[in-house]
Design a binder for this molecule. Structure first.
Ligand code: SAH
Length: 251
């Protein structure tokens, strides 16, 4: 079933400020994001950080005060590029020092109805861009990328699939890893026997209640094994959880 939105529902607008606008618009024109834009559910604007520069070289970076390696994005052209637009707020700065992006953060952003992201490059951005232009800094993990574009695209994908109507089947977003505080159960499809590797019988039994219990048991067992921190976050296993694991010999 495809969720329908009224003809007046505004698209979720996401503006991305970058030195490489083509990289963003190419990515956003394909697959789910491309379709969501065609259907007017989503509007992705890639804005060139050089757009308001006036010098011949369209300069946006300079060496850091105090010395050291690399170049830093200057406040002047970056403030100007943002101020020349009506980019939706909050404006998020991509930064390894930011708040860690996760499913909860994605849900929050999906609720905003529109927001923007600013991608750093080189050594990063002048601190005044962080403190006086952007609203919050976001990190996609404890590693350093060469630019904020991949981080912005990861956030774009995670949020876009939460926008009503984008997934086509509204139910599929709710079942997935992290949505329930658990990792997702394993999936199987045709054939039932692949090179002697069999799909679990229960999934083809037609007993939907048992299928649901099996899936939940699998999600619990998998989370307990791979991400015990997530089980702890939920306050540990309940008696019902333990009974479910025992029912499928997963305890
Ligand atoms: N010198 C900086 C890293 C600069 S990397 C530091 O040590 O913190 C260049 C740009 O890539 C950053 O400005 C940021 O926009 C982006 N970036 C790198 N790693 C990132 C991460 N884990 N999450 C989000 N953005 C990241």
């Amino acid at each position: 079933m495809t969720a329908s939105r009224g003809p007046t529902a505004a698209a979720t607008r996401i503006d991305i400020f970058t030195v490489f606008p083509q990289l963003i618009s190419n990515f956003a024109s394909e697959s789910l994001l491309g379709r969501a834009q065609e259907h007017g559910l989503l509007e992705v604007n890639a804005v060139d950080l050089r757009s308001e520069t006036t010098d011949r070289h369209r300069t946006i970076d300079a060496p850091p005060f105090g010395g050291g390696a690399g170049m830093v994005l200057m406040p002047e052209p970056v403030f100007a590029a943002v101020e020349a637009t009506d980019a939706p707020r909050p404006l998020l700065l991509m930064s390894p020092s930011g708040r860690r992006f996760d499913q909860t953060f994605a849900n929050e952003l999906a609720e905003t109805g529109g927001f923007s992201m600013l991608c750093g490059r080189y050594e990063g951005v002048d601190e005044r861009i962080a403190s006086d232009l952007c609203d919050e800094a976001v990190s996609i993990g404890d590693y350093v990328l060469s630019g904020g574009e991949v981080a912005a695209l990861a956030i774009l994908e995670a949020v876009a699939r939460l926008v009503p109507g984008v997934m086509g089947n509204d139910e599929s977003a709710g079942d997935e890893s992290f949505m329930t505080g658990l990792l997702e159960y394993p999936h199987y499809t045709r054939p039932a026997d692949f090179r002697g590797l069999e799909a679990p019988d229960v999934l083809r039994s037609g007993d939907h209640e048992r299928v649901d219990r099996w899936r939940r048991a699998q999600a619990l067992a998998r989370t307990q094994e791979r991400r015990p921190d997530l089980i702890e976050l939920r306050g540990g296993l309940t008696d019902a959880d333990r009974a479910l694991l025992a029912e499928f010999d997963l305890g």
